[in-house]
Design a protein around this ligand. Sequence first.
Ligand code: EPZ
Length: 419
Amino acid sequence: MDRIVITGGRPLKGCVRIGGAKNAALPIMASCLLGGGDCVIGNVPRVRDVATMNALLSLLGVSVRMEGTQLILNASAVTQTAAPYELVKTMRASVLVLGPLLARFGEAEVSLPGGCAIGTRPVNLHLKGLAALGADIRLEYGYIRARAPRLRGGCIDFDLPTVTGTENLMMAACLAKGTTVIRNAAREPEIVDLARFLTKRGARIYGAGTDTITIEGVERLHGAEHRVIPDRIEAGTYLMAGAITGGEVHVRECEALHLGTVLSKLREVGVEIREEPQAVTAVGPRRLQAVEVKTLAYPGFPTDLQAQIMAVMCLANGTSVVTETIFDARFLHVPELQRMGACIEVESASAVIRGVASLTGAPVMASDLRASAGLVLAGLAAQGQTEISRVYHLDRGYEQLEEKLSSLGGDVRRVAGAA
Ligand code: EPZ
């Protein structure tokens, strides 16, 4: 397994281009199953999760091809409606094929995703929503077996705003007979991007980005072209790299609008933030200030930047509190940060971080995609060398991470590990 070796202590300076949002690309790719015709998708990031989704779609019979930087998917010849455990267990977002398969083919068999490093992550709300649209849902031998000759429009009240749950139901409702209303829907920009793409293909969706989404079912969807929005989590990660190293990082081709709460929190930390419509610059202060952070559903502070802001707080002046309200076990980066000299106490859903003058490099282990990003940030600021193992977690969501950090002056290299 490859490792990333970082020699820290250098302020990062320069400009990085932000890639397409992984969590917008994945549902948009899955939605190709809803109809025939070419789905031509631009700005798709070259990350492991996208490769996994392409493998799953190919297995189902979708034609998958790259033409230059455009991903072209065509689901006219889909023959399979079963997503196997071997693939689903490597990426939970595989559950996003459930809604489209059921809506278009009247049946779907998708492995239950199982737990993961950041929590139990059930899909009960996805299933409850599909049942509200008339689907017969059975759980057998670790698989979701869904049947519905024709989904019918209905009312779905989510107990809590689930991102992929909202996406799955929005896709399924596109081909249902009648109108569907989703209340307490998630409001992430990735959901708005999916709705935009579906609308281009003939869907009738209103209210995406708010907590109530109305979908008028149609008979069929055709193909369309689309360019995926920039990845707000990647952008936030590089801005925090500038902050934690006391450097100056300019991220371009990003949507400042999607980073609202993150930018205001970084300003609280003492980071100078300069905003332009498609770019943001972060200038790290000489001393970072301790703050309180609570992760919330969009537009609140994103849970996918929790590990990264915690790394920044390890070097802040004073005591910070980071509270994780979205997942029940998203603190696996804490013991690894402690190995680097961080002073952190976890008390149920909150981590109390007492800022220290410096961190020291150490061998650490990545546990999930965003935790490993937090360890990279800590390594960039630490004195000495940090070696991060299991970097396949990072490769799931960060394209050319070491190249981008090196272009900013970071001493970051990938060491190929034994198989
Ligand atoms: C999406 O996961 C993202 N993944 C996650 O990003 C992100 O952390 C998460 O949303 C929260 O923003 C993709 O978009 C592919 P949820 P998702 O359903 O949809 C509970 C990354 O690093 N819940 O919004 O799986 C759940 O346990 C990944 O890119 C139920 O109880 O998250 C959690 O506590 C990590 N029942 C909360 O809701 C359900 O049926 C929010 O989860 C569904 C969810």
